[in-house]
Ligand binder design. Structure first.
Ligand code: ZN
Length: 219
């Protein structure tokens, strides 16, 4: 029995669930709501018990963050150039130590092993769970996962066309096998086909796009 249990736990250690930015400000009453974002909550709660290792990410911005339109005297949705890269401007969202930046309360039911914070540098936005958008600073997630021998990452959360997309590319670049649980994610969809385009881009990059009901066959 003991031997079997050990083998089982070793197998599970290789996989992890990443819950991306499931924060109050991305909910319907939040500062930057994602359409039908609340629909993924029951799915995330349902799949969580399949994983021994669960990590969350949180947008965690200072008030003077570069991505806030108000800090440039512009409107959300406008695009500016920063350090040679285009930056979409957002409403003020997920400000450090505010209720909007908290994980949604229902995630308290889940045993979260580690919380990753991103977007703390006022000068650089940070979509990926691994690096800021200029790849200047690591969040520490890559090193943390490598130390534990975790090789397969299953992504859920927000937004398919921003943070999930960036995280998937970085995950694959860092040598992880990356899965997108399509129905456990939602897109910002600023343009109608953004979600579809993101899914195609991630698949072309090497990610496996799956549905929540299929997870057990990939564990
Ligand atoms: Zn943000």
């Amino acid at each position: 029995m003991l031997k079997k249990g050990r083998r089982g736990s070793k197998l599970k250690k290789l996989t992890a669930l990443i819950i991306t930015d499931l924060q109050n400000d991305f909910m319907p009453s939040g500062a930057l709501p994602i359409k039908e974002g609340e629909a993924i909550i029951p799915i995330v709660l349902q799949i969580a018990p399949l994983f021994s290792h669960i990590y969350t990410t949180q947008d965690w911005h200072p008030n003077n963050h570069v991505s806030f339109a108000i800090n440039h005297g512009k409107r959300p949705g406008e695009i500016i150039e920063i350090h040679g890269k285009s930056q979409i401007l957002w409403p003020v969202h997920c400000v450090q130590e505010t209720l909007g930046a908290d994980l949604i309360p229902r995630l308290q039911r889940i045993a979260i092993e580690k919380k990753i914070y991103k977007g703390e540098n006022p000068l650089i936005d940070s979509y990926s769970a691994f690096f800021d958008n200029e790849k200047k600073k690591s969040t520490g997630l890559n090193e943390y996962l490598k130390k534990r021998g975790i090789q397969k990452l299953f992504f859920s959360g927000f937004a398919t066309d921003f943070c999930i997309l960036y995280s998937i590319k970085d995950a694959i670049d860092q040598g992880f096998i990356a899965y997108v649980i399509r129905d456990a994610c939602r897109a910002m969809n600023k343009e109608l086909l953004d979600e579809t385009k993101a899914l195609v881009a991630m698949e072309n990059y090497g990610a496996v796009i799956i549905l929540s009901r299929e997870i057990s066959s990939y564990l």
